[in-house]
Design a protein around this ligand. Structure first.
Ligand SMILES: Nc1ncnc2c1ncn2[C@@H]1O[C@H](COP(=O)(O)OP(=O)(O)O)[C@@H](O)[C@H]1O
Ligand SMILES: [Mg+2]
Length: 358
């Protein structure tokens, strides 16, 4: 068991800054997910922890040890890749046993470990087969088994489910979560899928353009996004973002967009973005004080949830609604509780502690 600590890690590939001054600590036994869009630096960060990539600046600690100059094989970490990277000519048994054989673990111990692990992951019937005879989900479990038998201090998983279809992905996600609950090993898991991050993580590190924007529990990331990007990236459909200005008037301080006006306090005058989640928007067929008139553009039904796409004078708004009784072109009226509003600095994107009321 071990903690993983990144201290001011930067990685440059020529002109590209793939990782930009990331510091974070993964506590012993914690499941941390690195979440962000393609190209944001997740894989590079994970490879720096594993030692497969060397950082340009900063330090990596595993446990109490600085591992900057420690070879990957001596870091006691195991990495599971998106492309399972199995040896096609070897049987599943030998694929799982490969790392143990390379380290001259006694044969009897290898047999025991491979069998135990294969049972745990329900691939023990497949040990005599070759990878080509396995489904994607089975191959992924072989890759996991190969990492598990090595009994590393830290598991690093890079988008391990992204080659599976949706149903299998959901099932394997639960298996990985259960595996973590059982083993309580330190895990760092990379994904661009916010649902995976929300369901698996003890803590999520949201990364964009190489920068760590927030490192917090899934609930905190969702309820209190620290940056406009986080508010936009986490949650489906995305948070509605409305540009406006905070102005001091004779009647008090107000946040204005052309169509919305709210009392607000907690920040200096200037340009801010108002963020409001689709599920925090109330849609009514009749107007009320301060409501925003909108026209229905369309309704997206997913079965359990319905998303109403609305147009108003400034742009579009998405609202989660229960009833499907809306038709295109219809006029509706939108309100929301200002307590649910998020505010972000229009320039830096950082969350600001503005509080609004009607
Ligand atoms: N070996 C490399 N050489 C040059 N550029 C690279 C290399 N690896 C990654 N990059 C660049 O670094 C950035 C981050 O890549 P990566 O860590 O793979 O992102 P992610 O895993 O989040 O999709 C990208 O712009 C990518 O093109
Ligand atoms: Mg990647």
């Amino acid at each position: 068991m071990a903690t993983v600590r990144l201290e001011h890690i930067t990685k440059k590939f020529g002109e590209t800054t793939a990782v930009d001054d990331i510091s974070l600590t993964v506590n012993d036994g914690e499941f941390v997910v690195l979440l962000g869009p393609s190209g944001c630096g997740k894989t590079t960060t994970l490879r720096i922890v594993s030692g497969l990539e060397v950082q340009s600046e900063g330090h990596v600690y595993i446990g109490d040890r600085v591992v900057d100059n420690v070879e990957p094989k001596d870091r006691n970490v195991a990495m599971v890749f998106q492309s399972y990277a199995l040896y096609p000519h070897l049987k599943i048994y030998d694929n799982i046993a490969f790392g143990l054989k390379a380290r001259h673990v006694p044969r009897a111990e290898i047999i025991k470990k491979v069998n135990e692990t294969a049972k745990m992951l329900q691939i023990h019937q497949l040990l005599d087969r070759k990878p080509a005879a396995l489904s994607g989900g089975q191959r992924q479990r072989v890759a996991l088994a190969r990492a598990l038998v090595r009994d590393p201090e830290v598991f690093l998983l890079d988008e391990p489910l992204s080659n599976l279809d949706a149903k299998l992905r959901a099932a394997t996600r639960i298996e990985i979560k259960n595996l973590h609950l059982r083993l309580r090993k330190t895990m760092v898991y990379v994904t661009h899928d916010q649902v995976e991050a929300m369901t698996l993580a003890d803590k999520i590190a949201v990364i964009n353009q190489g920068k760590l924007l927030q490192f917090a529990s899934p609930m905190e990331v969702f309820m209190k996004p620290a940056h406009r990007f986080v508010g936009d990236f986490v949650g489906y459909p995305s948070m509605n973002m409305l540009g406006g200005e905070l102005e001091e008037t004779a009647a008090g301080t107000f946040f204005f967009t052309p169509a919305i006006r709210m009392k607000a306090s907690g920040a200096q005058a200037g340009k801010y973005i108002l963020g409001i989640r689709p599920e925090d928007i109330v849609v009514s067929k009749s107007s009320s004080k301060g409501s925003l008139e909108c026209t229905v553009r369309g309704l997206e039904r997913t079965g359990s949830d319905n998303y109403l796409f609305l147009d108003y004078s400034e742009g579009g708004i998405v609202a989660s609604v229960t009833g499907p009784d809306y038709s295109a072109g219809e006029k509706v009226y939108v309100t929301f509780d200002p307590a649910n509003a998020h505010f972000f600095d229009a320039v830096t994107g950082a969350a600001v502690p503005l509080s609004a009321s009607i």
